[in-house]
Each structure stands twice: as C-alpha cells, then as structure tokens.
Design a binder for this molecule. Structure first.
Ligand code: ADP
Ligand code: MG
Length: 391
C-alpha cells in the first residue's frame, strides 16, 4: 500500500466536478480511449492468433497535467472515492489496490521501459460500462498511456503504448490478458475493424460499412458476470499452453487446420476441445475478413453464430444468459450473434438488419424476462476511433 497523505500545497483536492476544482489548477490537455467489441477471434490472442475488434463510441476520458515532485494523483468519477496519491518511486506490482492499479500500472510500465517521465494529476471519467466485456480496463490503461505519451513527448506508437498497457495489466494488476483489448483501444479507426495478428502484433484496417449494407450491430450487455471468470481464464490459458507444448508448437496458432485431426488424436481428451476452438476460430477470423474485404458484411453473420457454438461447446466459456441472448437474437432474425469478450457473462453482439434492430432487442429482452433474468442493456456499436487527444 502506497497511499501517502495529500500534499500540503495549494492543490489540496477540492470539488471533483472539474479538473481545476479537484486539483486547483488547469489541465494541460484531455484525452480519450474507447472500449471495444470483438467481431470474431475470441481467446485467440494469447494463442498468438487472429482477432477482429472494433472500437465503440464509448470512451474513458482523462484530463491531466504534469507534476515535477514524483507524485501521481488519480481520481475517477467511477472510482467513487477520494483522490489516490502515489509516489512514482514506490510503484510496484501488487502494491496498489483497487482501480488505481490500472493507471498506476501504466506509469510503472513506462518507467520500467526506461522512459523519463515525472508525475501527474489525472481526472478520469467514462461511459464505457465496466465489467460488461467491453474492455473498460484497457480503455482506462490506454487513455493514461496516451496522455503520458503526449505530456512527456515520448513519441511512442500505438502498438508500443498498447504493449506497455498490456504489461501493466499482466504484471502490475495481475490479469493475464492477451494483447487484443489494448491494441483495439489504441489502434482502431472509425469505419474499420482491426485485423490483428497477435503473433507479431501487425494489423490491417478492414473497412466495415454496416449502414451502407442496411445493417446494425447490437450490443446486448447481459449485466451478469459469473465469478468463476478470472480463475477459469488462467486455467484455459494454461491448458492451451500445455497443448501447444505437447504438440511441440510455440503456440496453438502454429497448428495448421489440416493437422487438427491428428493433433486431437494425440492430446489428452480435456485439451482437444480447446485446441479445436482455437484452430477453427482463427479460420473464422480469416473467413470474416474475406467477406468484409468483399463488401459483404451480412455474410459474417453465420460465422459469428458458429463462433458462439464453439465457445459454448468446445471452450465452454459461455453461460445460460449469453446462450439465451444468442438464441433469441438469431430466432428473431439476426444474421448472427455471439458472446464477445472473455465469457462467463458480459455482452453479446448481434448483426441485424437496421430496420429489425428494435425487434431483435425486444425479443432478447422478452426472452430474458421469461427466464427470470435481469433485462439486458442494449447499445448500438458503430466502428469508432481509437485513443486520441481531445483538447
Ligand atoms: P472490462 O475490462 O471488461 O470492463 P475488467 O474486469 O477487465 O472488465 O475491468 C473492470 C475494472 O476496470 C473495474 O473494476 C475498475 O477497476 C477498472 N475501471 C474501468 N473503468 C474505470 C473507470 N472509469 N474508473 C475507475 N476504474 C475503472
Ligand atoms: Mg478488462
């Protein structure tokens, strides 16, 4: 634990409504970084495979100003607490509790990488729903990384900042996530999906014009998050690594689909379905990109639904709520639907005709009501911009 008493200066924290009210001086700038939905390519990033996320319009925003006394001060409208004050010199993995670990971890990762940075006052606000599988954590990390890059003139690329943000989440917060979420938040562009190869962290922007095709992408937040999530994620990841090692591969990404049947016959039965999911999911990403390149986004619908079946039956990370949302959306006319994000709750995406969007959302809501579940929260996702300076 590193919180130290608030510095006894003119910037003793005050009203949190504005940066000046909080810190007693103006901000030097304001930055934003978005949440994301992944169109297809789930649990593939840490297997060094393909993913295809889009940024959503919802962002975490940071107003910030440098400090030269080695202090990092953080406040978030969603943090529901006073200003957290930390000494840069004391930042260490596991030392910062609660949400502050995400932004503090980014500052720690920048220092660890040898960048010459000082402290900062940071005020955060967000409209990315937290814990909904829309990656509010990566948005939080990436907005802080982007603000620091600008404030201290570091000149780092989006990919470099994403890798530092991932290191913050892995090593400082202690969540063993892959690289998708941070790359999506940093590098997505409006009107495009990010086709990312997680092995070498190279990417291509793939245009997605849903409106021109008469389509819309619904995001149905189930508002459930089953507890087994975190431990199960680590166990799945370990299972994939064990399977790759048994097959003599650096990662499951390296297994060609043509070699899948042979691989399955060699592996212990509990690992086979994991491998099948990863190999078929990578192929689904490539197929989805081909349809988008051909200007036929509706054709990715069945790929989404097949991806959900693979997550449900092979990877086993869906849950009754996400399964019901997918089933009800498809029954109501969606071209396809799947859970998005790590699983065990969170959000479902449904590719729908724009004209039928309300009907599909209403059908899912009715199905949830009939099952006795909380009503889902519905957003419409338009491929939006990645991390950027606002002011
Ligand atoms: P997801 O990334 O899918 O939203 P996570 O569990 O990975 O879910 O991250 C959610 C956590 O990120 C929250 O519990 C909180 O600690 C942190 N977080 C996200 N956004 C904010 C915010 N605006 N202010 C403070 N903490 C936030
Ligand atoms: Mg997260």
């Amino acid at each position: 634990m590193n919180p130290v008493p608030a510095a006894d200066t003119q910037d003793t924290p005050g009203t949190p409504d504005t940066f000046a009210g909080l810190y007693g001086r103006p901000a030097e700038g304001e930055w934003a970084a978005p949440g994301r939905v992944n169109l297809i390519g789930e649990h593939t990033d840490y297997n060094l495979g393909y993913v295809l996320p889009i940024a959503i319009p919802q962002t975490v925003r940071a107003q910030a100003a440098r400090r030269d006394d080695g202090l990092l001060r953080l406040w978030s409208a969603q943090g529901r607490g006073p200003v957290t004050e930390l000494r840069l010199a004391d930042l260490a993995p596991g030392a910062v509790p609660g949400w502050s670990a995400y932004p503090a971890g980014v500052v720690w990762a920048l220092r660890e990488a040898g960048h010459r940075i000082g402290g900062a006052d940071i005020r955060l606000d967000s409209d990315v729903p937290g814990g909904a599988g829309l990656s509010s954590s990566a948005a939080l990390e990436c907005v802080v990384a982007t603000a620091y890059d600008d404030l201290y003139g570091l000149g780092l690329s989006g990919t470099e900042l994403a890798l530092l943000a991932q290191r913050a989440e892995n090593a400082f917060v202690g969540v063993p996530c892959g690289i998708m979420d941070q790359m999506a938040s940093m590098c997505c562009r409006p009107g495009a999906a990010l086709f990312l190869d997680s092995r070498d962290v190279t990417m291509r922007q793939v245009p997605v014009d849903l409106a021109a095709a008469g389509l819309a992408l619904l995001v149905l937040d189930t508002r459930v998050k089953h507890d087994l999530g975190d431990g199960a994620y680590a166990a799945l990841r370990a299972g994939c690594e064990r399977a790759a090692a048994l097959l003599g591969l650096p990662a499951l990404r390296s297994l060609d689909p043509a070699g899948l049947a042979g691989a399955l016959s060699e592996l212990p039965p509990e690992l086979g379905p994991l491998v099948r999911h990863v190999v078929t999911e990578n192929a689904r990403v490539e197929a989805a990109v081909a349809h988008l390149d051909a200007g036929d986004p509706a054709a990715i619908g069945p790929i989404l639904t097949a991806g959900h079946a693979s997550l449900r039956d092979d990877y086993r990370v869906s849950c009754p709520e996400t399964d019901l949302a997918v089933e009800a959306a498809v029954a109501a006319g969606a071209h396809g639907a799947r859970m998005t994000g790590g699983g065990f709750g969170g959000s479902v995406i449904a590719l729908v005709d724009a004209a039928g969007a309300e009907h599909v959302a209403a059908a899912v809501t009715a199905a949830f009501r009939a099952a006795g579940y909380r009503e889902p929260r519905t957003l419409t996702a338009v491929p939006a911009d990645g991390a950027r300076r606002l002011a």
